[in-house]
Design a protein around this ligand. Structure first.
Ligand code: 3H9
Length: 712
């Protein structure tokens, strides 16, 4: 074994092949930093001079990750574009040396191979990857508001073609190994057990003069598009259009990445690298990048945070009971199986409902199979974990039961009573309520210490957030069990206070209600949605209401109105919609039409029902202000009441729970950016004009007075 003192890289010689292992001591993942760069250069220098080394096989020493990319902590410290450009140029230079190394290099990839990690692998001659789900390959840089700045914008399109490369780079996609193999990033896909042997053998073959023959997958037309400047111009134009449709110009990184790719393909590698470094430098110091990096670190921190002091170990959940086989229940069941691989037993009042729920849960697994996220074999194995009945048989073995029945206190209490008889004495009972306080559900329970809230968002399989709500009587192990299981389901979990609407519905309700007020005042449905999408939301509030379901919305507002009074008063116009059965997407009609499940245009008949006709209404800027400030105000008030533990939880919740624009950092960071004094001033003006629901809360007044911030 050879290594220099303190080095992260060690190597040993196996039949003429230097088997190099990269293992950054004391760090959970390998990342590329200035120190590692020196190490890497020194190691390759030594390997180059050692005549007994004929080829190199490169691996990670970490059990489940290859290289997680450049060290994000390092580049966020940079304060000028020039410094960031230099960092990028130095990274490029290192990988250029790897690419021009005198002996062939094969890499064996197992685990995350992301950003700079993939850029390193692309600079090597041959890539073998394990077909393990942990092996994830991609250039996620734009998700951090930057671009692949160590040659990735140049090497990936040269390897797999402009279209396929742009598809990955511009969306920051991370792919499973099988997909990376299909598009041609990976040369060989193998079982993890033989990764090392296959990679070393490839290095040996390369040393013997063998060169891999690569054929790009895809059609003749595709090859024509990628293969000549005219075709590529069409590709760039289409990519630009797609990016603008997705980002509305709010995120500069994807367009900059497109420019770096295009510049390199049209003017050669050297020019491309230069442009790539310049653009990396500019992006790295933007506010958008700072915000996205903060989100990354906040999400990472939440992976380890159980939301309570001295968290006890969670119960290991192997069997889950789900009561209520409707849309949410089946979503929870299907996602729990797909993500956590647990045994799921569903229960509803009668067999037809159970059958419908089982079919919907199964659809989640079918979808994974269709997308090739799981194999046929895995699909069959997972389907076998799903069962259901109209009785509680099987619930006696569940460590966790989640109820997703009708949002009615009495119904939920009844289910809890039944579970306390049917399940084990230590089974944790979680309610997927979206509004009802947990202490009310637990009233009269035999074991209130095991009762907790787990509020999932719809559709469960896709929405990344989970609110975990302990009541004052919930015991710590129930909290850790709920958080840990939520994480196994792939969710980011925030632990929030037991108060009506918790965090998300607390701040979402005034936002939705305000949209209702605007409708009544004559703003067109599409206009409200368009403005908020331009502001940065993935969909506007009216579309969101259609997605959530108007009946659900009505229930939520009712609970909030009872709890908090007039500022949550429901907008009468929505009631007519519910009465006439226009419940949103699930009913095939809401504000918009949904023919064959696809969202169509606004149904003009809706205006009759809400009793107003579009007449322009307030100015666009005023519309945005009303929707935004009513939300910020409620968020600040809820923070003051301790609904979320930290502004970080609040911002991550709002971003993941209802799509608050990530580039604005969340409602609380955005409030800090605007400044409390300005918000208070605007709220006072709005209150005068539109009513006391806009009256600024004490927290904002206090911030304004002391010039304080949520993030000091
Ligand atoms: C880049 O590469 C730029 C180049 O193109 C150009 C350069 C010139 N840096 O998430 P986990 C930490 S940009 C610093 O809990 P998991 C993380 O903060 C980079 N730290 O584990 C945490 O620290 P702590 C592009 C990093 O198994 C610990 O590692 N790459 C980095 O659930 C464990 O992380 C990315 O965007 C990093 N690059 O997930 C990938 N990566 O323990 C970002 C991780 O102190 N990373 N850490 O709290 C990820 O997506 C996930 O961390 C990963 C592991 C999938 C790797």
């Amino acid at each position: 074994m050879v290594s220099s003192a303190g080095s992260a890289l060690t190597w040993e010689l196996v039949d003429g092949v230097a088997v190099v292992t990269f293992d950054l001591k004391g760090e959970p993942v390998n990342k590329l930093s200035q120190v590692v760069k020196q190490d890497m250069l020194a190691t390759f220098e030594a390997l180059g001079h050692d005549a007994s080394v004929k080829a190199v096989a490169f691996f990670s020493g970490k059990p489940d990750s290859f290289i997680a990319g450049a060290d994000i902590e390092e580049f966020v410290k940079l304060t000028t574009a020039a410094e960031a450009e230099r960092l990028s140029a130095e990274g490029q230079e290192m990988l250029d040396r790897v690419a021009r190394f005198s002996k062939p290099i094969a890499v064996g990839i197992h685990g995350a191979c992301l950003g700079g990690g993939l850029e390193f692998a692309l600079a090597c001659g041959y890539r073998v990857a394990s077909d393990h789900p942990k092996t994830q390959i991609g250039l996620p840089e734009v998700q951090l508001g930057i671009l692949p700045g160590a040659g990735g914008c140049q090497r990936l399109p040269r390897l797999i073609g402009a279209r396929a490369a742009l598809d990955m780079i511009l969306a920051g996609k991370v792919e499973r190994a099988a997909k990376a193999f299909r598009v041609g990033i990976v040369d060989e896909l193998v079982h993890p057990a033989i990764l090392q042997d296959v990679t070393v053998a490839a290095a040996q073959r390369l040393a013997g003069g063998w060169r891999p023959r690569r054929r790009r997958p895809g059609s003749l037309v595709g090859a024509l598009l990628d293969g000549n400047p005219l075709g590529r111009r069409l590709v760039y134009r289409a990519a630009r259009k797609q990016v603008l449709a997705r980002t509305r110009g709010n995120y500069p990184a994807p367009l900059a990445a497109l420019e770096a790719v295009a510049h390199g393909l049209e003017h050669g590698m050297t020019e491309g690298l230069k442009r790539e470094a310049q653009l990396f430098g500019q992006l790295a110091v933007t506010d958008v990048s700072r915000k996205l990096v903060q989100i990354f670190f906040a999400t990472t921190a939440l992976k380890k945070d159980f939301g309570i002091p001295n968290p006890p170990p969670p119960a290991v959940v192997k069997r889950l009971g789900v009561v209520g086989a409707g849309f949410m229940g089946s979503g929870i069941a299907g996602t729990a199986i797909a993500q956590a691989g647990v045994d799921v037993r569903m229960k509803d009042a009668d067999l037809p409902r159970v059958a419908k729920g089982l079919a919907a849960a199964r659809e989640i697994l079918d979808d994974r199979l269709r997308r090739r996220h799981i194999t046929k074999y895995e699909h069959t194995r997972l389907i076998a974990l799903l069962s259901g009945d109209a009785s509680y048989t099987g619930f006696g073995r569940a460590e966790l039961v989640i109820e997703a029945v009708f949002e009615e206190l009495d119904v939920k209490r009844q289910v809890l009573r039944e579970i306390e008889t049917a399940a084990r004495p230590d089974t944790v009972f979680a309610s997927n309520t979206s509004t009802i306080p947990i202490h009310l559900i637990a009233e009269g329970a035999k074991r209130p210490e095991l009762v907790i809230g787990m509020h999932f968002f719809s559709p469960v399989a896709r929405m990344p957030l989970l609110e975990v709500i302990p009541s004052a009587r919930t015991a710590p192990p129930a909290v850790t069990t709920a958080v840990a299981f939520g994480r196994r389901m792939g969710k980011t979990a925030i632990v929030v206070k037991d108060s009506p609407g918790f965090w998300i519905n607390r701040i979402l309700t005034p936002y939705m209600n305000e949209a209702g007020h605007l409708l009544v005042e004559g703003v067109a449905i599409e206009e409200i949605d368009r403005l908020m999408v331009e502001f940065g939301f993935p969909v506007g509030p009216i579309t969101l209401l259609d997605e959530v379901g108007l009946d659900v919305g009505e229930k939520v507002v009712g609970v909030m109105h009872d709890a908090f009074g007039e500022r949550f008063a429901p907008v009468a116009a929505f009631a007519g919609m519910v009465k006439s059965g226009r419940l949103g997407r699930k009913a095939g009609k809401g504000f918009y039409t949904y023919a064959g499940g696809k969202k169509g245009s606004v149904d003009p008949a809706v205006y009759e029902l809400i009793g107003s006709q579009p007449n322009g209404g307030p100015r666009p800027a005023e519309i945005i202000q009303r929707l935004l400030f009513v939300t910020l105000n409620e968020a600040a008030r809820a923070v003051g009441e301790g609904i979320v533990r930290t502004p970080r939880d609040g911002d991550i919740g709002a971003i993941f729970g209802f799509g608050f624009p990530p580039f604005r950092g969340g409602p609380l960071r955005h409030a800090d950016d605007l400044g409390a004094a300005r918000i208070v001033g605007e709220l006072e003006r709005l209150a005068e004009r539109y009513g006391p629901r806009f009256a600024p809360c004490d927290v904002l007044r206090d911030h304004a007075q002391r010039n304080a911030k949520f993030y000091p």
